[in-house]
Design a protein around this ligand. Structure first.
Ligand SMILES: O=C(CO)[C@H](O)[C@H](O)COP(=O)(O)O
Length: 212
């Protein structure tokens, strides 16, 4: 099944919990966004895990260095998945992969701003607990820079792929067509007038998508 990940950004912890409570049945993974971690620290991760103990919690820590220290903080707070920037030093990425494996956790490598060659090098690490996130930044979104088609599931069957960055109900079909494992949606739900309706609709299409 294709999964939907809810990205919680630019909210207080209480707002994040209240919003998630409304839409929890329509999401598979709860992402504690980088902005929450930066503003409120690891308490944002532990409070979300306490509020939703049966859900997978992704701490979007975006590690760029100091791999074990940062992952340890996330695991102590209850995270099931953490993120590392694909642009980090290869040793940092290797440390994250090894440490996640040793702790029975999943890892997501954020491919933000990497070229095809850099991505190929990272793809050599593919396994069932490693996700590669095709991500366009908030800054690119806000400046209206169009997303390039980044991958096709047809030649990418071995890798677990997530897609993130400004995805809405209107733009969803093109992402579903690419058959990722996870579609990450933040503002389209968190900023919606009716978050429940939007999450319900997104979930219907994402979870219902034909996925190999
Ligand atoms: O990692 C992120 C920001 O760095 C967000 O998780 C991602 O961009 C999804 O949120 P939105 O749908 O609002 O773009």
């Amino acid at each position: 099944m294709m999964k939907i990940q809810l990205a919680l950004d630019r909210l207080t912890i209480n707002q994040a919990i209240a919003l998630t409570n409304k839409v929890v049945d329509f999401v598979d993974v709860i992402e504690v966004g980088t902005s929450l971690i930066k503003e409120f620290g690891m308490g944002s991760v532990s409070e979300l895990k306490q509020a939703f103990p049966t859900k997978q919690i992704l701490a979007d820590i975006k590690t760029i260095d100091n791999a074990r220290y940062e992952l340890e903080l996330c695991y102590q707070a209850g995270a099931d998945i953490t993120t590392v920037m694909g642009s980090a030093h290869p040793l940092t990425i290797e440390q994250c992969i090894q440490f996640a494996q040793a702790n029975n956790k999943d890892l997501m490598i954020d491919l933000l701003n990497l070229n095809a060659h850099q991505k190929e090098q990272l793809f050599a690490n593919a396994d069932d607990h490693l996700y590669f996130c095709e991500h366009i930044s908030k800054d690119e979104q806000e400046l209206g820079i169009p997303r390039k088609k980044t991958f096709s599931r047809r030649d990418d069957k071995l890798r677990r792929i997530a897609i993130a960055g400004g995805i809405t109900i209107q733009t969803l079909p093109q992402y579903i067509q690419q058959q990722p494992n996870i579609i990450i949606v933040g503002s389209a739900i968190t900023q919606a007038d009716d978050p429940v309706e939007v999450a319900k609709e997104l979930s219907k299409h994402i979870r219902g998508a034909d996925h190999e």
